[in-house]
Design a protein around this ligand. Structure first.
Ligand code: HEC
Length: 139
C-alpha cells in the first residue's frame, strides 16, 4: 500500500495531463472499451462526455479528481467498495490494469480541468447577452 501512496503522490504532483499519451489512451478505452479483454466502453453507461445517466443510476464521472477515480476503481477491483445489484463496476474494474486506471483517471481529469472554463465561458456569454438585451430595451 505504501507504493500506491507514493504513486498517488507522484500523480498529484506532476499532474496526469503532463504526459498526453495517458489521457489519449484513457480516452480510447473510455470511448471504445477493449473487446479482447472484455472491457465495455465506459461511455456506454457514463455517457460520451462523462455526464452519467441520472435515471439509470450511472453516476457522472466528469469533473472527478483523478485520485478519487483511481481509488474507486481500485476499491471496486479489490471488493472494498461494493456495487449495486449486479456488481457491474467490480467486474469491469477487475479487468483494468494499473495503467488503464491511470489513463482513465487522466482522461477524466482532463475533463475536470476543462469543465470549469467551459462553464465560465458559457456564463460570460450569457451575462453579455443579458447586458445587450437590457441596453436594447433602454434605447
Ligand atoms: C454497464 C454500465 C457501466 C459501464 C460500462 C461502466 N460503468 Fe462505471 N458505474 C456504473 C454504475 C451502475 C456505477 C455505480 C455503482 C455503484 O453503486 O457503486 C458506476 C460507478 C463508477 C465509478 C464511481 C463513481 C463515483 O461517483 O464514485 C467510477 C469511477 C466508474 N464507474 C468508472 C467507470 C469506468 C472507468 C468505466 C469503463 C472502464 C466504467 N465505469 C464503465 C456503470 C457502468
Amino acid at each position: 500500500m505504501a507504493d500506491l501512496g507514493a504513486y498517488f503522490d507522484s500523480l498529484t504532483n506532476t499532474g496526469l495531463e503532463a504526459d498526453p499519451s495517458y489521457w489519449q489512451a484513457g480516452e480510447k478505452l473510455y470511448r471504445g472499451g477493449d473487446q479482447v479483454r472484455a472491457i465495455p466502453a465506459c461511455m456506454a453507461c457514463h455517457g460520451p462526455t462523462g455526464r452519467g445517466n441520472e435515471p439509470a443510476k450511472f453516476p457522472a464521472l466528469r469533473g472527478q479528481q483523478s485520485v478519487y477515480v483511481m481509488k474507486q476503481l481500485n476499491d471496486y477491483a479489490s471488493g472494498a467498495r461494493p456495487t449495486g445489484p449486479n456488481g457491474i463496476m467490480q467486474t469491469i474494474a477487475k479487468r483494468l490494469s494499473p495503467d488503464d486506471i491511470r489513463n482513465l483517471a487522466s482522461y477524466l481529469q482532463v475533463y475536470a480541468d476543462h469543465a470549469p472554463s467551459t462553464a465560465g465561458l458559457v456564463r460570460r456569454i450569457g451575462a453579455r447577452a443579458d447586458r445587450l438585451r437590457q441596453t436594447a430595451i433602454r434605447e
